[in-house]
Design a protein around this ligand. Sequence first.
Ligand code: PLP
Length: 423
Amino acid sequence: MSHVFPRHCHTDLPTAVSGDGCYLIDAEGRRYFDGSGGAAVSCLGHSNERVRAAIKAQVDALAYAHTSFFTSEPAEALADRLIARAPGDLDRVYFVSGGSEAVESAIKLARQYHLERGEPQRRHLIARRQSYHGNTLGALSAGGNAWRRAQFAPLLVEMSHIAPCYEYAERAEGESLHDYGQRTANALEAEILRLGPDSVMAFIAEPVVGATLGAVAAVPGYFTRIREICDRYGVLLILDEVMCGMGRTGHLFACEADGVAPDILCIAKGLGAGYQPIGAMLCSKAIYDAIAAGTGFFQHGHTYLGHPIAAAAALAVLEEFEEQDLIGRVSRLGPVFETLLRDQLGQHPHVGDIRGRGLFWGIELVEDRATKAPFDPARGLAGRVKRIAKSRGLLCYPMPGTRDGRLGDHILLAPPFIADETQ
Ligand code: PLP
């Protein structure tokens, strides 16, 4: 009998024992093509030589040094490399162990920034419905996914949620893409005005919504308008690229395609590519300077901040991206993958929508293509697709529909960047 507390109590999971490129191999010798990289994590596949060597070398040199006593070479080098590529005036990197910690750090940094500047009344965070920002209580409060929040509602901090930019489901008939994007973005301004412009500290959004909607990017112009609104009211823009960042969409940072730069950017998953648990929060020079000129101390912290082995692994991931031109490869493979998906699934009576960018694709399952009506979530379709695909050697990430009747089942595909056309 297992003593591991699993995600689902009544599943009998195979034991993964090794990895070989895009494949995971279980104890029975079965091979699974990692079509979703876990949950958009394993962007380099499972046996990357460079990353493995970097981890081994770092263990031999230095495994751990607490960040209140020391900085470390890999953390410094990784921060330099990320900032050299980061959009806007992002200038400092705060390394954590994963996505939820990155989002928690971002929320608290936004609050502290306003305190340092003498605006203690700024306390509201506005987020979007059908978003996911992590499972810790602050990040879960920001997330708008009803299913994940339901049980813990009494423990959550009250936050505002506006509509996401979800063109397939929400664009009105006859409305242009541009008008839909502006209308949806303007909901942020309305919410800021409702709460009182001086009381809002930040707005958080995923540039490409991953875990709740399945690779839904905003329509052109949406984020430009969001940026304008944030600037107008002194509201910080936090972009959560934990899932869609790190090359997944064909850009190192997904927001590059939307032509906007955030004040705070959260990344994780592909940063360590699954070889080490690591996430990061990048913040603008203005935010860092406000803290440095004020209390001089970010009132936050975790034991494993800036872990040297994790940083060394992430540095090797970035080196691999550059030397193998893997982000260019994502851009080239993206349209090939899209064509395959549309050719093979586009006409299926229960495929409502296929959307995505780069190697980040979502398939929305509907009962009726004409009305876009989802299946009854009780049927657990996404979970069934996952089980059937796995039994045939393909791993894909299911997102169940929610019981509010609006959000149907989705399947997320996020294959490793090293995958080829045949695979
Ligand atoms: N933010 C987004 C957009 C995510 O997709 C996730 C995880 O799926 C998280 C945050 C939380 O990251 P983690 O599971 O590493 O805590």
